[in-house]
Design a protein around this ligand. Structure first.
Ligand code: NAP
Length: 308
């Protein structure tokens, strides 16, 4: 007998959402994908995913709704505004919010959906675009445990592992923890590269050394080629890392957590966004630090010429 899988509305087909929606479709779910910007649906159509630019169509008559949106503002615009998801969602639906947003916003959304008799899980993910394509993401889940167990097969179609943390919002709490480590790791690599540049060492050789050292990691392996070629096509947009650091600081403040490096790093990522690097990959933070150090394109060329 063919197993019947849930009807899924997938809201937000950006860098992460598009491959995740495709994986659900390939796993046999009846997916209807929605995105605000229509052009980001084209590739999914070519891959046989049903799409719509009508939010109500994506939301009504679904058993599960997956949200993969940029930030709190996107959630407010698409979920809580007039004619948003809350206006169309039907009782009994399970909403899985996989966006990285403020834990407090997640808790507010859980209450708003509960008032509509809709179950809500927050399940942001660790891992980037490559992991989204290959199903190697890790889901960090908060919400009702029984609901989590019910939709776990669906989460498994997109993620290799699922960590259950507790009540709604705790998945987003956990996501801030891992992304603080990510932001600081990226900044540490970038600062080491700036020091190397200032000492006249060759970038490629320094990257080889980093890769061979015990400090190397899967993350370093993914970012190495971007740092070498300086092609910062985004897997994880720098503006989202800045957003996450802002969420980290907001979450830490009331609880008295002292995070000096988070504060400094937030300043660096903010400057990078202000200097036009927001749409680049987060590894472009090295460009901002080189700029602050006076190693602009012109200076670097002059250094190269002197070396010849
Ligand atoms: P993205 O490519 O920037 O996509 C963002 C999505 O949100 C798009 O569908 C976008 O629609 C939508 N959106 C943004 N503002 C909106 C608004 N005001 N109204 C309606 N829709 C709006 O981001 P992503 O990389 O896929 O990331 C999605 C989420 O996952 C973020 O919370 C991010 O922090 C998190 N995340 C990302 C990664 C990664 O490596 N990329 C990894 C883990 C977690 P449009 O296409 O119309 O702009």
């Amino acid at each position: 007998m063919v197993e019947l899988k849930e009807r899924v509305g997938f809201i937000g087909t950006g860098i992460m959402g598009a491959p995740m929606a495709l994986r659900l479709k390939e796993a046999g779910y009846a997916v209807t994908a929605y995105n605000r910007t229509e052009s980001k649906l084209v590739a999914l159509v070519e891959q046989g995913v049903e799409v719509t630019v009508d939010l109500a169509t994506a939301v009504r008559h679904q058993e599960v709704l997956v949200l993969m949106l940029a930030d709190d503002a996107a959630l407010t615009a698409l979920v809580e505004s007039r004619g948003g998801v809350l206006a169309h969602v039907q009782p009994g639906t399970v909403v899985i919010n996989m966006s990285t947003i403020a834990p407090l916003s997640s808790r507010r959304l859980a209450s708003a959906f509960a008032a509509k008799e809709v179950s809500y899980l927050d399940a942001p993910v660790s891992g980037s675009a490559g992991a989204a394509k290959s199903g190697q993401l890790v889901a960090l889940v908060g919400g009702d445990k029984a609901v989590f167990e019910r939709v776990r097969p669906l989460l498994s179609a997109m993620t290799k592992e699922q960590f259950y943390f507790g009540e709604a919002g705790s998945g987003n709490d956990a996501k801030l923890v891992i992304n603080l480590q990510l932001a600081l790791t990226m900044q540490a690599i970038a600062e080491s590269l700036v020091l190397a540049e200032s000492l006249g060492l060759q970038r490629g050789q320094v990257l080889d050394m980093m890769q061979s050292s015990s400090l190397s990691s899967a993350f370093f392996g993914i970012k190495r080629s971007l740092l070498e070629t300086e092609d910062f096509t985004p897997a994880f947009a720098l503006k989202h890392m800045r957003k996450d650091l802002s969420l980290v600081l907001d979450a830490a403040r009331p609880n008295g957590a002292v995070l000096p490096n988070a504060l400094t790093s937030f300043g660096t990522y903010t400057a990078a966004v202000q200097n036009g690097l927001g749409e680049e990959d987060l590894s472009a933070v090295v460009v901002e630090l080189l700029r602050q150090s006076g190693y602009t394109g012109e200076n670097r060329r002059r250094d190269d010429a002197e070396g010849e």
